[in-house]
Design a protein around this ligand. Structure first.
Ligand SMILES: [Zn+2]
Length: 559
């Protein structure tokens, strides 16, 4: 039997306009009717944003200097950047180097030399060509650029807005109410800011899970922003306002793919992004066939509580569309049979731990994936809730796996004496693991001669957290943060140095984002805008206790 959310997804993809009209009507009509009801409308409306916040709260876009660790510098105070002319070799000197090669070699006091787009050499005391720019990496960690395999970059223009949302509230806001308001320039604004944010945090490759591409113009805007920022990106094309069998069949879609992705370009790749809610008619077949025809990967939200589940996996499997190239996002609420199918067909899972923990897709599944030997990559999903850095993704993923391991043991009156998941493994997932699942492992993901130079230096001399450096993997996962990202190189080009961006126009992103938020605020009206980020808090239930630590007047019967 289909769950309410499966129904919701199926209908969304089949009759988007009708459903939206109905739900908007129902939402307005029943906004106060939230408790004590069951069924479809209550699932959506009961979880939707009721209006707890009554104050008019407008966002302020602060004009602040760039943050560097514990201090800030204005442009005038900042030291001059070295001349990073194109083609000029670069060498990182005296670093702790996490190579992430097959042996996971960790080198101390080592150098990494970059010439052109590639890594020339890794090792101690390297001889370098004349004119090489030297970057003092002493006290720092040099590691491969991080890879995020699932980020809805267009949503970054609404950064932080949904901090208190559940997944239901997210669906209502984006899928049913406000997602359609986004114009091409709004997709551009979100993508531009997100792309800059990614490289600033050392995320050198990001999959833009771009499911707001309502028209060809929206798609053009998404690509334009990605090409403006000197990071490595993969556009995962999607459109939540239509079924994938509709948008993938449109001539404009084919035309767009042909124009932008005919040649090989490892700086901007392409995937198709859509979900399979489990309709037995399997209308998604047409979109999978287009992907097969184009020879592109499919990425799909799978195992999302109440939305996509084992039926979606089974349909993909029975129809022959589960491949080693398929990336399953979340995969958090699946039965063992589905994990077996993913493992058997060689697919991988993109784990978004902060998202799964906070929005409600299901428990972050790394413990299941380890058990089934399914390749893992990491992602942070959307900046509507979370920041676009993988330090938080690594930290939360390691912690979630360990929490589950301890809790499971305690339930059996046992004690975990050795953790199964280690910091080294999550660093691998954040770098090499992402490169592998994107088919880019021969190019990026490790620091080895011949590979493309996507490199991050974590170093912050002003921080008391950068020493002692005893356990480099642990330091990356549990000690470092995005403010400690000193230098970032993508494809041999320095895009950040001395904690300052090089070659990205943050002011342009600020203006574009400001225009988008002003526009959306105007479209929604101030009240709806404010209320949208203040969902109702569920009724408080106070338990009775034998020690009387609450006043009797406040005690409600929670039985
Ligand atoms: Zn997502």
């Amino acid at each position: 039997m289909l769950s309410s959310f499966q129904c919701l997804f199926t209908v969304i993809r089949t009759l988007p306009r009708l459903l939206t009209t109905f739900l908007l009507w129902a939402f307005e009509r029943e906004a106060d009717h939230v408790r004590g009801c069951a069924g479809f409308s209550c699932l959506v409306i009961g979880g939707a944003n009721r209006l707890a916040g009554r104050r008019a709260r407008l966002p302020t876009l602060l004009d602040r200097p760039h943050h560097i660790g514990g201090s800030s510098l204005t442009a005038a105070q900042a030291p001059e950047q070295p001349d990073f002319a194109p083609g000029r070799p670069i060498v990182f000197r005296n670093a702790t180097v996490l190579t992430m090669d097959d042996a996971h070699r960790v080198l101390t006091g080592a150098d990494v030399l970059v010439t052109g787009q590639r890594i020339e050499a890794v090792g101690p005391g390297l001889a370098v060509p004349e004119g090489t720019v030297e970057i003092d990496a002493a006290g720092g960690i040099v590691m491969p650029g991080m890879v995020d395999t699932h980020r809805h970059m267009w949503q970054t223009a609404m950064r932080g807005y949904g901090a208190d949302w559940t997944l239901t509230q997210y669906f209502v806001w984006y899928y049913l109410q406000s997602g359609k308001l986004f114009r091409p320039q709004d997709v551009y604004a979100g993508n531009l800011l997100s792309a800059i944010e990614a490289i600033d945090a050392g995320v050198t490759t990001t999959v833009d899970w771009s499911h707001g591409l309502q028209t060809a113009d929206h798609a053009e805007a998404a690509v334009e922003a990605l090409r403006e920022v000197p990071g490595r990106f993969v556009l995962a094309y999607g459109n939540i306002q239509q079924g994938p069998w509709e948008w993938s069949a449109a001539p404009e879609f084919r035309d767009f793919v042909t124009r932008h992705f005919s040649g090989s370009d490892d700086m901007l790749g392409f995937q198709m992004a859509f979900d399979v809610p489990g309709d037995e008619a399997f209308p998604e077949r047409a979109a999978f066939e287009v992907a097969r025809d184009l020879g592109v990967r499919v990425t799909t939200h799978a195992g999302v509580w109440g939305a996509t589940n084992d039926n979606g996996i089974r349909l993909m499997y029975e129809n022959g569309f589960m491949t080693p190239q398929t990336i399953y996002v979340h995969a958090a609420t699946l039965a063992a049979d589905s994990y077996h199918r993913i493992a058997a067909t060689g697919g991988s899972v993109s784990v978004s731990t902060e998202s799964e923990q906070s929005a409600g897709q299901g428990y972050p599944p790394t413990w299941q994936l380890r058990q089934h030997d399914i390749p893992v990559s990491l992602s942070m999903d959307t900046s509507v809730w979370w920041s676009g850095d993988l330090f938080s993704a690594m930290r939360s993923t390691l912690s979630a796996d360990r929490v589950r391991e301890h809790m499971h043991a305690h339930e059996k009156q046992e004690t975990v004496t050795n953790h199964h998941l280690r910091a080294e493994q999550v660093v691998d997932w954040a770098t090499r693991g992402g490169a592998r699942v994107l088919g880019l492992d021969s190019l990026i993901g490790s620091l080895e001669p011949g590979k493309k130079a996507d490199i991050v230096l974590i170093k912050n001399d002003a921080s008391p957290v950068m020493f002692p450096l005893l356990h480099p993997y642990g330091h990356v996962v549990f000690q470092a943060q995005r403010g400690d990202v000193h230098t970032v190189v993508v494809n041999g080009r320095v895009v950040k140095h001395a904690h300052r961006l090089v070659g990205s126009d943050l002011e342009k992103a600020r203006r574009a984002t400001e225009e988008t938020t002003e526009y959306l605020m105007g479209e929604l009206g101030q009240q709806a805008w404010t209320e949208g980020m203040h969902p109702e808090i569920p009724e408080k239930r106070v338990i009775k206790n034998p020690y009387t630590y609450t006043y009797e007047d406040n005690v409600a019967d929670a039985s």
